[in-house]
Ligand binder design. Structure first.
Ligand SMILES: Cc1ncc(COP(=O)(O)O)c(/C=N/[C@@H]2CCCCNC2=O)c1O
Length: 437
């Protein structure tokens, strides 16, 4: 264990730790992090998808420097500031007509989803919310309350009803997965949950922390139709897989739907803390001083976010995510032919998941092997983590700037890690102190 990691253990609380191995960094550029031991680490996580432009991107540095050199205050609570207005205007230009009303700014996906959960019930008078099993909408009380991930340590809202996210892999086919959840919803509305009491349905266009689950074709169009029929607001949580990562600007575009409310976070700030909720004016202006924190609408973070959006558009990074994601996917498919542990590979663009199973027929989760694989990959110079309600899905959310060569290099490292785990070269003792999730 490195000196910095040991020093952290003597000074920093573990309450935010979600640790898989003793990673300690002192810098980073592009798709690489610099370990405190001087190693260059290829970063296939980008800090859970937030470093969307990689590390130390010049466009973000220039925007932050400009904003800090003549700082327009530190908050939008009691003053308008130009970076926030420019960013809001930009975001409004990027969402469907039905969502094109007003923009709320926060720090994180959590405070954004918490705000939406409070807003939709307060504004509509409807007490219920729908969400999916396995959904991760945040780590604050109000966002955990509308989540469904089993790893979370927080209470669910009294008005929350969770429904199964269609899992084509475990259901055996996309059609079976789609039909099962849609009939579940119909039965629910008929017997347990009066649809006219439901304010909103929180969806992830790809369910990432739940296991990088890609919805079956037609599924969310059917959900959208149900929502329109019953006046239920469709809230699309684009926090992890949005903003170009999926190969389209919005991940919901793959499902051919138009949400009422779009939630942005993580990659929006390129690694700086900023989130946004974009929705109809009637909802977004239903009350003033409704959801606020002191440095919400920070002009420096807003300037960084605008630079991120402009760079994603100008450098065509959604297209790069599609192109490099295809290279990564092809390399992973080749890996699957050599490693029986790989049960499924899925995702869009540079939002990919590799599910590890101990038995192809039963699809039994190989959680132990997933933990050992990410640990060994770290030792070999690759950073990636795992997700999934069974803790067995390797998650690939690298910077959108990733090159084909970097994609191939990372998969070659993963190949070695999987081989070492298969050959029993990694003792389980390495995992003590790294509980993951
Ligand atoms: C779809 C989606 N919506 C909201 C959130 C919450 O965002 P924040 O962690 O920025 O509050 C997340 C956060 N996801 C977690 C963050 C904690 C560590 C585990 N991996 C994630 O990506 C998310 O994936």
């Amino acid at each position: 264990m490195s000196g910095l990691y040991a020093r952290e253990g003597q000074s920093v609380s573990k309450m935010a730790h979600l640790r898989f191995f003793p990673q300690a960094v002192v810098g980073g550029r592009g798709a690489y992090l610099t370990g405190d031991d001087g190693r260059q680490l290829l970063d296939f996580s980008a800090s859970w998808g937030s470093a969307s432009l990689g590390h130390s991107h010049p466009a973000i540095r220039a925007a932050v420097d400009r904003a800090l050199s003549d700082q327009a205050g530190a908050s939008y609570l009691s003053s308008a500031n130009e970076p926030c207005v420019l960013l809001a205007e930009k975001l409004l230009s990027l969402v469907p007509e039905r969502a094109r009303g007003r923009v709320w700014f926060g720090h994180s996906g959590s405070d954004a989803n918490e705000t939406v959960a409070r807003m939709v019930t307060a504004a509509t008078g409807r007490p219920r919310i729908l969400a999916f099993n396995g959904a991760y909408h945040g780590g604050t009380v109000g966002s955990m309350a509308v989540s469904g991930h089993p790893a979370q340590q927080g209470a669910r809202a009294a008005g929350l009803t969770l429904v199964p996210y269609p899992n084509s892999y475990t259901a055996g086919s996309a059609e079976a997965a789609r039909d099962a959840t849609l009939s579940h919803l119909e039965c629910l509305f008929a017997a347990e949950v009066p649809p006219d009491e439901v304010a909103a349905f929180f969806i992830e266009p790809v369910q990432s922390d739940g296991g990088m689950l890609v919805p079956p074709d037609g599924f969310f169009q059917a959900v959208e139709a149900l929502c329109r029929k019953h006046g239920i607001l469709l809230v699309c949580d684009e926090v992890k897989v949005g903003i170009g990562r999926s190969g389209r600007f919005h991940a919901y575009e793959h499902s051919g739907i138009e949400p009422d409310i779009v939630v942005f976070g993580k990659g929006l700030g390129g690694g700086l803390p900023i989130s946004a909720v974009v929705g109809p004016e009637s909802l977004m202006n239903h009350a003033a001083a409704f959801s606020l924190q002191t440095v919400h609408g920070n002009p420096v973070c807003a300037a960084a976010a605008l630079a991120v959006l402009e760079t994603i558009e100008g450098d065509r990074l959604a297209e790069n995510a599609a192109r490099t994601g295809s290279v990564l996917r092809t390399a992973l498919d080749r890996l699957a032919s050599r490693h029986a542990l790989i049960g499924d590979i899925r995702g869009h663009g540079l939002a990919l998941g590799v599910e590890l199973v101990s038995d192809a027929a039963s699809r039994a989760a190989a959680a132990r092997e997933a933990a050992l694989t990410v640990y060994r990959a770290f030792e070999l110079g690759l950073v990636l983590y795992y997700v999934g309600v069974r803790s067995n899905v390797l998650e690939f959310t690298p910077p959108l700037t990733l090159t084909a060569e970097e994609a191939e290099k990372g998969v070659a490292i993963l190949d070695r890690a999987l081989t070492d785990v298969r050959d029993g070269k990694i003792g389980e003792d390495v995992l003590s102190g790294f509980a993951g999730w």
